[in-house]
Design a protein. Structure first.
Length: 377
């Protein structure tokens, strides 16, 4: 193959909207409105319209979004926040950063996501919030989680960094975008995300007017009126150039997700019968936007398969090689209410294949053939 296969390919996507992005960035440079330019407000309004959320608060990155969300809930040191053990560190990092107690739970091996059954096992009198992470592009089953939250009186902060564009269907047939169902939703605009900017960026979603006002204040040094600081806050904002990029990309988000779904379907149709791997499973309650296409490699052969692919120029990634309960940073501050064997098993077996909007059928064929050759040799 003439072209090198890439894990993530952003340049081709850029070329299709190049004129709009270049023109917008030049306008920001010419006007020098680098911070709080009008395009930030315009993007915020457009994202509210797209997502259906009543309020969107932009911020500097997805980790800040999670931290600001927790800060807005007035939790006290020692309060417990339930979080899956199989996720990126940011989901739990912000809990520890604020002096709260991360309570780690296992996940469903079919979806990689936390379930209501996992959460039930971890509830205690100190449970004040849960962070369901919509990992790899598919929503957690949110309706039973929200019912449980109402029963026990805890908050739900959705970590939607990997599933923006995913749509959840409730039992009555109604639909909502992932990230707009809980008390607060959070997302990241890291460049490789389905909706990514050209640097760091993030956003917070809520339908609660009072919470929205507080989230705005916390993200802006705790102030509503300049130099009048009502609460302890931080400095977290989306800069204008990133808003330009996101405004150009947002109208294409559903198209981007559809392209990823087509690529995922092709992988699955060609790999589902290969002995030695388990392909991703899609749930009826959620669309899957495939931020990652993640296999489970059986019989301890994951690292061997990864090395084989690398030897012929095919990239792959392990998300995540060490579950959170094994991370040094959390050992002294974490409570676990159950066995975390599934998270450990996944950490030992998952392998993500190249997945992006510019992935070609020829590239996928090369990847599929390489995997089949490995298991047939």
């Amino acid at each position: 193959m003439d072209k090198k296969i890439q894990m993530v390919a952003l340049h081709g996507q850029y070329l299709k909207i190049k004129q709009e992005i270049d023109r917008g960035i030049q306008e920001v440079i010419d006007s020098c409105t680098f911070i709080n330019g009008s395009q930030v407000k315009e993007f915020t309004q457009e994202l509210e319209e797209y997502s259906g959320a009543k309020h969107v608060i932009t911020c500097a990155n997805g980790t800040d979004a999670l931290q600001i969300a927790l800060m807005a809930l007035d939790l006290k040191r020692g309060d417990e926040v339930i979080v899956p053990a199989f996720t990126y560190v940011a989901s739990a990092e912000v809990i520890g950063l604020l002096g709260l107690t991360p309570v780690m739970v296992d996940v469903d091996p079919r979806t990689f996501n936390v379930s209501v059954e996992n959460i039930k096992k971890a509830i205690s009198p100190n449970t004040k919030a849960v962070i369901p992470v919509h990992l790899f592009g598919q929503s957690c089953d949110m309706e039973p989680i929200m019912n449980l939250a109402q029963e026990y009186g805890f908050h739900v902060i959705e970590d939607n960094a990997q599933a923006i564009g995913s749509v959840y269907t409730f039992s009555d047939g109604s639909k909502k975008h992932a990230g707009t169902i809980g008390t607060i939703g959070c997302t990241s605009f890291f460049p490789s995300k389905n909706l990514g900017c050209y640097g760091d960026g993030g956003a917070i979603f809520t339908n609660d007017d009072k919470l929205a006002e507080k989230l705005h204040m916390i993200a802006n040094h705790g102030q509503k009126v300049k130099y009048h600081h009502s609460v302890i806050g931080c400095n977290s904002r989306l800069d204008t150039i990133q808003a330009i990029v996101l405004r150009a990309k947002l109208p294409h988000l559903d198209e981007y997700c559809a392209k990823r779904k087509l690529a995922a379907d092709y992988y699955t149709s060609n790999l589902k019968d290969v002995k030695g791997i388990i392909v991703p499973e899609e749930m009826s309650f959620s669309t899957h936007v495939y931020h990652q296409y993640t296999l489970q490699v059986l019989d301890g052969r994951r690292d061997e398969l990864k090395a084989h692919l690398a030897s012929i120029g095919i990239p792959s990634m392990i998300y995540y090689p060490l579950p959170l309960q094994k991370q040094e940073a959390f050992k002294a501050i974490t409570r676990s209410a159950e066995s975390l064997d599934i998270s450990q098993k996944l950490a030992d077996s998952v392998l993500s294949l190249p997945m992006h909007t510019e992935l070609t059928r020829d590239e996928q064929d090369a990847i599929i053939i390489a995997i089949k050759d490995f298991f047939n040799s």
